[in-house]
Design a protein around this ligand. Sequence first.
Ligand code: ATP
Ligand code: MG
Length: 354
Amino acid sequence: MKRKVAVLPGDGIGKEVMEGTMKVLSAVADRFGHTFEFHKGRIGGDAIDQDGMPLPDETLRICKESDAALLGAVGGPKWESLPGHLRPERGLLGIRKELGLFANLRPVTAFDSLLHASPLKPDRIKGVDMLIVRELTGGLYFGTPSERRNGGDEVVDTLHYTRSEIERIVEQGFEAASKRRQKLTSVDKANVLESSRMWREVVEEKAKAYPDVEVEHMLVDAAAMKMVQNPSHFDVIVTENLFGDILSDEASMITGSLGMLPSASLRSDGFGMYEPVHGSAPDIAGKNLANPLAMILSGAMMLKYSFEMHDEAEAIEKAVKEVLDAGYYTSDLANGSTKALGTDAMIKKVIYQL
Ligand code: ATP
Ligand code: MG
């Protein structure tokens, strides 16, 4: 099969981990007889420097003409003092909005060979395999900006959702749960928020179409506690934008490093943008220290969710697991005990294993 992929490396370690991911995907293409055409675009600080804006039209065009997009990371100290609308992060919020990517999927897996790297006790996280489905285009992030202070000491952030926005994300949650262990935890704050009460109504309605999926409602504060106390409790979590942001950073500690977490941002027609959960990591950028596995695993998610290439995706996941099981780590996971591999060496190990 031939597939067009938009490639947006962005800033900092985004560039380093993207190079390796393209190589890994090309290796998969060779092995399974596919062709992936990569089309590069600029975003974030990289685009500010060259085009004077964080999300140039050209980048959007490349994405719209592709079957899926890969994104590295955006941002860095160089652009921090720019006004809000010119910040690299605007490029990220903008592209999600422009492409209509409303569902953010973040799998959190405890790899057996990485249990040492988590701050949580190994026996508590062993076997954890959950998927957080976070709403991405509504909620507090897109309400009245708090910069608008009416000139006084009052600030307003609005949490806005329409029923159809809730329906489409809840449906993604049910779909994911029905393909996994058939358990869906809907996280809200229905004891205080009206939006959460509508959220619960929608979950109850949608549940009728998925009789095999066991559904539970959990308040976000209770979910935050459960995540540390007994993370194995969760299969699929579906939640609104801000709750999902906070819970997925919390859950990331189960894996041991931000460098291990992939994500997908999807819409209903199969198009998706795939990116690591981590940022541009300016502290280690350009030093060949970045863990490329989050980006590589994001590439595997692209194969699975946008291209329906399940064997191909599993081949990548298996190669990553085998490399880790053989004791090869980048420095974020090395724990002082092993000699850490650099970014390039880690990529070579994965390709060799493939
Ligand atoms: P953002 O605001 O873009 O989300 P952030 O403030 O969350 O960024 P990151 O850039 O993700 O920060 O980095 C947080 C810390 O994790 C840094 O110390 C960074 O070096 C480390 N880190 C992030 N990604 C990786 C990676 N792939 N490999 C190794 N270390 C990483
Ligand atoms: Mg962050």
